[in-house]
Design a protein around this ligand. Structure first.
Ligand code: MG
Length: 162
């Protein structure tokens, strides 16, 4: 079969929005971590880079896969003990980060450094995603890493183009 990646890209953006994350939210994270380095940086420019990151097939695949797993866990369509691991965002699970690496990998080592920084400081909407994910009926185990990875990749893109 042939996958229509333009359609899948639209679906990925819709899935992010349905989970409470807009591309502007992601651009905001990028802006927060890059504004001290570039005086003339604007949110609009960051948003352009976020859109470009979302053109990549690896990124679209990671978004759709990660959010699908979060939703399946919420719906109870995942066998135990994996369901509890995902619902409780078990810290030694680690596959959520590995999936996010497939996004930052495209942008080299700066991407990885930015990703670690965003994850540690819970920049912007990441803190909110984590808070919602802690609710008993919610699972954002993959979402926080996906969003952080797209923001980190956008930051790396800015660094590479300047
Ligand atoms: Mg996570």
């Amino acid at each position: 079969m042939k996958v229509d990646y333009e359609a899948l890209r639209k679906q990925a953006i819709e899935m992010l929005e349905a989970r409470g994350v807009t591309l502007t939210d992601i651009a905001n994270i990028t802006y927060e971590i890059q504004k001290t380095y570039y005086d003339d940086l604007t949110l609009e420019v960051c948003l352009e880079h976020v859109n470009n990151v979302l053109m990549k097939r690896e990124v679209i695949n990671a978004v759709v896969t990660g959010i699908t797993l979060d939703i399946l866990a919420e719906k109870g369509h995942v066998e135990e003990p994996l369901r509890s691991i995902l619902m409780n965002d078990y810290s030694l699970y680690g596959i959520d980060e590995v999936l996010a690496y497939s996004i930052v990998n495209v942008y080299g080592s700066i991407g990885l450094t930015n990703f670690g920084y965003i994850d540690k400081l819970k920049v912007g909407i990441i803190g909110e995603i984590d808070r919602v994910g802690k609710r008993d009926d919610k699972c954002n185990t993959f979402l926080d890493d996906i969003v952080g990875a797209i923001a980190a990749s956008s930051a790396s893109r800015i660094a590479h183009t300047r």
